[in-house]
Structures are given as C-alpha cells and as structure tokens.
Design a protein around this ligand. Sequence first.
Ligand code: DX5
Ligand code: ZN
Length: 218
Amino acid sequence: MQKVLISASSLPAGRNMSSQLEYVQRVGSYGADIYHIDVMDGTYTKFKTIDYGYIDQLRVNSALLFEAHLMVNEPDKVIDKYLKTSLSLIYVHIEVLDDDGIKKIIHKIKKAKKMVGLVVDLDTDIKKVEPYLDFIDAVLIMTVKAGKGGQTFNEKALNKIKYIRKINKDILIEVDGGIIPETGAKCVKAGADILVSGNYIYKNDTYEAIQSLRGKNG
Ligand code: DX5
Ligand code: ZN
C-alpha cells in the first residue's frame, strides 16, 4: 500500500510570523510531509488567517512541500499573488466560481507549473467536481464545514472519497477536518492519499502523533 502523506495545517500557529516559523520547523522535525497553508480572508469564512505574504519566508526555512487551501470568495482576484510564491499545489473551492471561472483558474494554475486541486465543502454534492477530474491533480474533500479548526469529523465525507476513488484511480484525494488516527484510518481505507491535520498535531505536539496518523501505512 502507498504511504499516506501527512499535511500539517498552518491554522493552529496563528497569524504571527515567528510562531509560524517555529511551527513549520517543528512539524517538519516530526516528519510531516506537507505544510497546508489555510487561507481565510473573512469572505467565504468568518475568520481571517495568514495569506500569500507569509509563504516564501516559511518555505525557505522548511524542507516540506507547501500547499494552499484558499477559502476565499474571489480566488480569481488573488491567484496571481499565490502563483508568484513557492507553493507546489493550490486548492480552490468549487463553490465560489462558475464553470467558466473554474476552467480559467485551473488553466492559469497549470500554466504557472503548479499542481491544482478543487475543494469540495462538506455540504456540496461530490458530483460537481466530476467534470474537472481529468484536468486537475487533486481533490480536497472537506470532512467538516470549511472555516475553523477543531471541529468534529463528519462520516458523510467517506462516501465522497469512495465515489471519487471508484471513478478515478490516479487522482490525489486529500481530506481536511477533524482528522485523528481513527478518522484518518477510515479515510485512507475509503481511498484518501493525504490527511490534513490541525488540532491533533498541534495539541499532541510529538513525532509519535504524526506517525499515529499514518497508521499501518507509515
Ligand atoms: C478548516 C481548515 C482545516 C483545519 C483543520 O476549515 O481548512 O485545514 O485547520 O483543523 P482540524 O484538524 O483541527 O480540524
Ligand atoms: Zn484546510
């Protein structure tokens, strides 16, 4: 079985650059694979977080791959800023753009030689992402409603993972929200490749915590 990748969410480390720097290095030393930059601008979600301005300084101090989860209502207005950073993968919510907008932003991100993914929020029909699967690298399936950390995993996301995995064997499937070893194992069994974790890693704060998220597939 393929190794499960662990993506540590930037959210618990707050908006202060020095705490972000310290956190990215710490989760790196614990063996995380990816740093998941959660971006909220207070439009799609209630809260505000760090944004593109933090990415390169964090990246030069870390050996992790960086991805961004853009929880913003108008990603087309800010995408250029993110394309200039050292991100490897950029996720945009499927809910905030029409068909034309989705196609355009996928094209733009690919043209900048970055990986592109679409996020399907908890209450969104997974079938909405189907027409784009051949043009994207990854699907991020929310296992809570996007917007804040520390929420409880919602089991209804498991069928969405299975659905995507059944129709596409190769696409990367990432899950985000309420991931602990038990819920992570269910997602991996359903077909997920990458587990995002915020609170679980932050609160446990050990190498073992990250290994326990990988479970049997470490
Ligand atoms: C929330 C963010 C998540 C969040 C996960 O909407 O997208 O990445 O930080 O945090 P936990 O693991 O605490 O649910
Ligand atoms: Zn996220």
